[in-house]
Ligand binder design. Structure first.
Ligand code: FAD
Length: 509
C-alpha cells in the first residue's frame, strides 16, 4: 500500500459492553484500526496511521459525532465509551527503539531505558518486549491485559511503594487532536527528544509541564493518544511471598503509615519491601490479613523456586481477581461464600521468583465484578479501612478489601495524588445492587468522617460536577480544563473528544 493507510474494519455493532459487563450503551459505530503492515514498525506506516485517525476525526466533526479511543475496555466506569464512533486501538502495536541521534541535548537519562510504543500494545506485551531488551516496566497493575494508553489514561497503578502509577513512567506523548493536527508533548522541565522527531511525525512540538501533566491522565478527552515514550529500568527480579499476618497494631502501622518496624514480614521486621499489598476478608479479620510482599533483586536468587503457571490466581493478583474467580464459579456470592472461598483461592506462598512480567501476567479474569478504589493519604488509611470494615459488616455485603500503594503522581488529575505515597483502598465484590448500595454507604461514611480521598477514574465512583472539584481540588480541575483547551483549541475538537461522563462533570468545554 503506497500511502501507508491503516485499515478500518467496521464491527457492525450498535451496542458496546465493557469487559466486566457492568454497563453497556448504544453507539453509532465500532471500528477496529489496523496499521498498514502490522508486523513492520516503520515511521512511514506510523505516519499513515496518524493520517487515518486524523481523517476519522474529520469525519466525526462533519457528522457531528463523538470519536473515542477504546483500550482493552477494562474500565468499570463509563469513561471508555461515548455514543458516536468507538475506535478499537488494540491492534496498534508498533514499537520503536530510540537512538542517541533522536535525543535532546539536555536529556540526561539512558536512551536504552526509553521505549516508544504505539497506544494499543498491552501492558503485558510491553513487559515482554522490554524483557527482550533486558529492561522492565518499573511497576504495573495486577492483571495486564489493558492497552498501555488505556491503562495510563485512568492512572492504573500497582503496589511498588517507591514507584508511581503507569502514567508516571511516560516522558513523551503523540496526540492526534483533529483532522489536520497532532501534538508531540514533553515536559519543559525535562525535554527528551530533538525537535526533529516531532517534525518527522508531522506533529506540533509542545514542551510544557502543565499541558503534559494534564494530558497524561485525561481518560480519552485530549484526543487520540497515538503513542507514548516510556522511561523504564533494567530488568530486575522479585522474590514474592504471600503470608497471613494478624490484624494487630504492627499491621495497622504498616497499612496506615508504611511503617514496617512492628510487623513480622518474611525478610524480617523493619526491612522495607519493594512491594506491599494487603487483602482483607471483612468476614474473617480474626483469621488475619493476606499480606503480599516482594523484595527486589538485580539478579535472580538461585534459591528461589520458579513460578508455577496455570493457576487461576497468580502471585501478583489481588482482591478483584479473587472476586472474578468466585463469580465465575457460583451463581450467588454471599458473605458466607466469600469467607469460604477466599481462603481456598488465595493461598499463602513463600519466596517465588520472577521478573515483573512473570509475577504480574496478563490474566484475563472476567467475572461479574464491581470494583471501587479510593486514593487516601497515609495517616488516614487505617481510619478509612476501619470505616469500610464497619459498613461492610453492618450491611453484610460480600466484598473483599485491599490496600495497595503508589508514589505520589505528577498528573494534574491523577488519583494517586497524595504524597509521599497514596494508599489505594479497594472494595471489590460481585455485581449486585447490594454492593452498589454498600459503595454509597462507604462514600457517605468517609465524607462524614472528613477523610480526604480521590477515586480511580476507571472504577466505580460517584463523581459529579461538585465532588470532582472537592476530591481533586478546584484548581487542579481548572488547570486540566485550561490545558485541554490549549491542546484542543476549537469547540469542534473538544466536542468530538468528549462523552457523557465528562459532560456531567462539567469539564467538557
Ligand atoms: C481485571 C481487571 C484488573 C485491573 N487491575 C487493575 C490494577 O491492578 N490497578 C489499577 O489501577 N487498575 C486496575 N484495573 C482498572 C484498569 O486498569 C483501568 O480501568 C484501565 O484504564 C483499563 O485500561 P483499558 O486498556 O482497558 O482501557 P479502557 O477501559 O478501554 O479505557 C480507559 C480510558 O482510556 C482511554 N483511552 C484508551 N486508549 C486511548 C488512546 N489511544 N487515546 C486516548 N485515550 C485512550 C479511553 O477513552 C478511556 O477513557 C483493572 C481492571 C480490570 C477489569
Amino acid at each position: 500500500m503506497s500511502d501507508h493507510s491503516p485499515t478500518f474494519i467496521d464491527a457492525k455493532r450498535k451496542r458496546w459492553t465493557n469487559w466486566h459487563e457492568n454497563f453497556s450503551n448504544s453507539i453509532d459505530q465500532l471500528l477496529d484500526i489496523w496499521n498498514c503492515e502490522p508486523e513492520h514498525s516503520t515511521i512511514a506506516n506510523y505516519n499513515g496511521t496518524s493520517r487515518g485517525i486524523q481523517a476519522l476525526a474529520g469525519r466525526a466533526i462533519a457528522e457531528n459525532k463523538t470519536l473515542r479511543a477504546l483500550g482493552g475496555g477494562w474500565s468499570l466506569s463509563p469513561i471508555a465509551t461515548a455514543s458516536g464512533i468507538l475506535l478499537n486501538t488494540r491492534p496498534l502495536n508498533y514499537r520503536f527503539k530510540l537512538k542517541h541521534d533522536h535525543m535532546h541535548a539536555s536529556f540526561k537519562g539512558k536512551v536504552d531505558d526509553l521505549a516508544f510504543v504505539q497506544c494499543g500494545m498491552s501492558v503485558a506485551d510491553i513487559n515482554k518486549y522490554l524483557r527482550g531488551r533486558g529492561k522492565s516496566l518499573r511497576s504495573c497493575g495486577a492483571s495486564n491485559g489493558q492497552t498501555i494508553v488505556g491503562a495510563l489514561s485512568t492512572g492504573t497503578h500497582g503496589s511498588a511503594l517507591d514507584e508511581g502509577a503507569i502514567n508516571d513512567q511516560v516522558v513523551a506523548m503523540h496526540i492526534i487532536t483533529g483532522p489536520d493536527s497532532s501534538v508531540w508533548l514533553e515536559r519543559a522541565s525535562r525535554p527528551v527528544t530533538k525537535d526533529s522527531l516531532a517534525a518527522a511525525l508531522g506533529a506540533e512540538l509542545k514542551r510544557d509541564d502543565d499541558l503534559f501533566n494534564a494530558a497524561v491522565v485525561s481518560f480519552g478527552n485530549f484526543g487520540i493518544i497515538h503513542s507514548v515514550v516510556l522511561e523504564e529500568t533494567d530488568l530486575f527480579y522479585l522474590q514474592a511471598y504471600r503470608v497471613k499476618r494478624p490484624l494487630d497494631e504492627g499491621m495497622w502501622k504498616a497499612i496506615d503509615q508504611l511503617d514496617f518496624s512492628n510487623i513480622n514480614l518474611p525478610k524480617g521486621p523493619g526491612r522495607r519491601p519493594f512491594y506491599f499489598q494487603t487483602v482483607i476478608n471483612p468476614f474473617d479479620t480474626d483469621g488475619g490479613v493476606f499480606t503480599t510482599v516482594m523484595y527486589k533483586d538485580d539478579l535472580k536468587d538461585p534459591s528461589c523456586a520458579p513460578l508455577e503457571s496455570g493457576g487461576k490466581i497468580v502471585e501478583g493478583d489481588g482482591a478483584a481477581e479473587i472476586i472474578s474467580v468466585i463469580t465465575d464459579m457460583v451463581s450467588e456470592v454471599t458473605s458466607d461464600v466469600t469467607r469460604l472461598l477466599v481462603n481456598s483461592f488465595y493461598p499463602e506462598y513463600q519466596g517465588r521468583c520472577g521478573t515483573l512480567s512473570e509475577v504480574f501476567t496478563d490474566t484475563t479474569t472476567r467475572g461479574r465484578v464491581l470494583s471501587a478504589a479510593m486514593g487516601v493519604p497515609l495517616g488516614q488509611a487505617r481510619k478509612a479501612v476501619e470505616i469500610c470494615l464497619r459498613e461492610v459488616k453492618r450491611f453484610e455485603a460480600p466484598v473483599v478489601l485491599a490496600t495497595r500503594y503508589a508514589r505520589q503522581t505528577q498528573a494534574t488529575l491523577g488519583f494517586t495524588k497524595f504524597g509521599p505515597q497514596t494508599c489505594i483502598l479497594e472494595v471489590d465484590g460481585p455485581q449486585s445492587r447490594r454492593v452498589k448500595s454498600l459503595y454509597n454507604r462507604i462514600w457517605k461514611a468517609l465524607d462524614k468522617a472528613g477523610i480526604d480521598y480521590t477515586f480511580h477514574w476507571g472504577k466505580i465512583n460517584n463523581l459529579n460536577a461538585t465532588n470532582v472539584r472537592r476530591h481533586y481540588g478546584e484548581e487542579n480541575v481548572k488547570a486540566w480544563i485550561k490545558a485541554r483547551r490549549e491542546i484542543l483549541p476549537t469547540r469542534e475538537q473538544r466536542a468530538i473528544f468528549s462523552n457523557g461522563f465528562i459532560d456531567e462533570l462539567n469539564m467538557s468545554d
